[in-house]
Design a protein. Structure first.
Length: 228
């Protein structure tokens, strides 16, 4: 007998689904472009300007650039870590991912605004705008982990017990940046320093989700042996 021309609904859904690898590849491109755009708002010294004094004049823009570049870099690491644990992508994860990418793509605007106004009369407004934007961008990861905690079937079996803990740990980002927004009302530079400390935690903290790049309970992948 010949094979049926139609596929079962489950097989058809699997064939049409977007794989975690494809979603990661698209996200990597968007995140890379957003990180690259940050430097465009740092003005290079003019032809007739003293180089070091001109660069000193740009220190607010350079500081904002450094902090935001690290934020985007950490978001990329966290995004990789999160989707490394995902075995299937559903509609909600797709839209959460689009929200994250939209926010990350938006970050060059508050970064440029803070760099332009940090030493000027409207510095507090610029710092609040920057901190709130950072809070929103980091808040997407809390939503990611919340959805995965409620739908563990989307994750590798070995990783299903990690979503609830990662959700709690991810709250440091949005809560910390909202605190920075409040600090910005009194001290814009203090808000930038607090944002820097939050970034530092996500760089060196051992317990934060972005510090893990493999599925818990599995052995690390060893490098292939070199031919003799």
């Amino acid at each position: 007998m010949s094979e049926p021309l139609t596929s079962p609904p489950e097989q058809a859904d699997a064939e049409l689904a977007i794989s975690p690898a494809r979603l990661q590849a698209f996200s990597d491109g968007v995140i890379a472009i957003a990180a690259t755009l940050l430097i465009l708002d740092v003005h290079r010294p003019g032809r007739d300007e003293p180089v070091w004094s001109a660069l000193r004049h740009e220190w607010p823009a350079l500081d904002s650039y450094a902090v935001t570049f690290l934020v985007i870099g950490i978001a990329w690491i966290h995004h990789h870590n999160l989707f490394h644990r995902v075995v299937r992508v559903d509609r909600t994860l797709l839209f959460l991912n689009l929200g994250l990418l939209a926010t990350i793509s938006f970050l060059p605007l508050p970064t440029a605004t803070l760099g332009e106004h940090l030493t000027r009369p409207h510095a507090a407004d610029a710092a609040v705008f920057y901190a709130v934007s950072m809070a929103v961008s980091s808040g997407w990861f809390t939503l990611f982990w919340h959805h995965l905690a409620r739908h563990p079937e989307l994750m590798h079996e070995a990783a299903r017990g990690t979503a609830a803990r990662a959700r709690r740990q991810s709250l440091l980002g949005p809560v910390g940046y909202l605190v920075a927004a409040l600090v910005a009302l009194a001290s814009p530079i203090g808000a930038l320093m607090l944002s820097s400390l939050i970034v530092l935690y996500f760089v060196v903290g051992r317990r934060n989700p972005a510090s893990r790049t493999r599925i818990p309970g599995t052995a690390p992948v060893s490098a292939p042996a070199e031919p003799e």
